[in-house]
Design a protein. Structure first.
Length: 331
């Protein structure tokens, strides 16, 4: 059974540079732009399970070996766990990361829900959710992250929680955190300082980095230098950098660069993330096999420093980016 690499993909050849996230297909509602065009008209559990399994099959066949899920992604852990159980040859050489700290509350509804997920980073929630994750993924849990940590999270200060996480790390699971919000860099740097019995507690981070919001980059470089596994999420900014949506003046530089390179906006956006020397894994959040295929063409793109400089004007203030993201509708 594979374990998470000690120092990134170079230490474990099964960990490809690109991974597949299941946020968009594990539940009927999410904030990716254009989901109504991508998913079955009837988003039943059966239909979403079939879509998830088709994507996992396609990703594995293409060479993807990192799969990301979370307790709050509806039934995504269940779908992934069933896929792994049915395909032991695949389960033997993939790395699975999941996240805890949000409880899914939408009851399989896509919209009209006051709250889709409730956040709590307490030891009690960890105790409950690690059992739920283990029940669905069994021994196939290699990376377990505190979901969406911000600088005020007790995940950075609670000694009881730290003790629980240290016990999990001692079992061989790589313990870490995901980040969100305009203070991602501060969160990562605070997490780098957390120790238990004089040893660093965290060893993995999953952060938002994309051409519109690259502010976490320097802190992620520090995490990578410390030996952490660094996973990039939302490399396409919840669909804002997809071909069908990258049509406004704020993404004109991306469209022009993609046209010059003869590629898609999504592939170039993900290639820009993969070009960051600290990025170990870049997640695709595809909801269709066609999207996944397009996303994974990023592996064949190698933007030069000049190419990346031409894309730098897309970046704006982190606060503005996160305000826009917070306003995206669940659909």
């Amino acid at each position: 059974m594979p374990t998470a690499p000690a120092t990134g993909p170079a230490a474990d050849p099964t960990l490809a540079r690109f991974g597949l996230g299941t946020a968009a297909v594990g539940r009927p509602g999410y904030i990716t732009l254009g989901r109504d065009l991508d998913l079955p008209a009837e988003r039943t559990v059966e239909a979403m399970r079939a879509r998830t399994h088709a994507l996992l099959d396609a990703a594995y066949a293409a060479g993807v070996r990192y799969f990301d899920t979370a307790r709050s992604y509806g039934r995504a852990e269940e779908f992934l766990g069933a896929w792994l159980a049915a395909r032991p040859e695949c389960a033997a050489d993939v790395v699975v990361g999941s996240k805890w700290g949000y409880t899914y509350t939408a009851d399989w509804r896509a919209s009209g829900v006051p709250v889709h997920e409730v956040k709590e980073h307490s030891a009690a929630v960890f105790d409950r959710q690690i059992k739920e994750t283990r029940a669905l993924l069994g021994p196939r849990l290699h990376v377990y992250l505190v979901h969406s940590v911000t600088p005020d999270s007790p995940a950075l200060t609670d000694p009881a929680l730290h003790a629980r996480l240290a016990e999990l790390a001692a079992e061989g699971v790589r313990v870490g955190l995901s980040t969100s919000g305009p203070a991602q860099a501060a969160t990562v740097r605070a997490a780098l300082e957390v120790t238990v019995a004089g040893r660093p507690l965290f060893a993995a981070v999953q952060s938002t980095w994309n051409l519109l919001e690259p502010s976490a980059g320097p802190a992620l470089a520090e995490a990578h230098a410390a030996g952490w596994l660094v996973v990039v999420k939302e490399g396409m900014a919840n669909g804002r950098l997809a071909d069908r949506n990258a049509t406004g003046p704020d993404t004109a530089a991306l469209r022009a660069a993609a046209d010059r390179a003869g590629t898609s906006c999504d592939a170039l956006a993900l290639a820009a993330a993969a070009a960051q020397p600290w990025a170990d894994v870049v997640l695709s959040g595809a909801a269709t096999s066609a999207q996944l295929a397009s996303n994974l063409t990023a592996a064949g793109l190698h933007p030069s420093p000049a190419d990346l400089a031409a894309l730098a004007p897309l970046a704006g203030p982190a606060e503005a980016y996160w305000r826009t993201r917070a306003a995206l509708p669940w659909a």
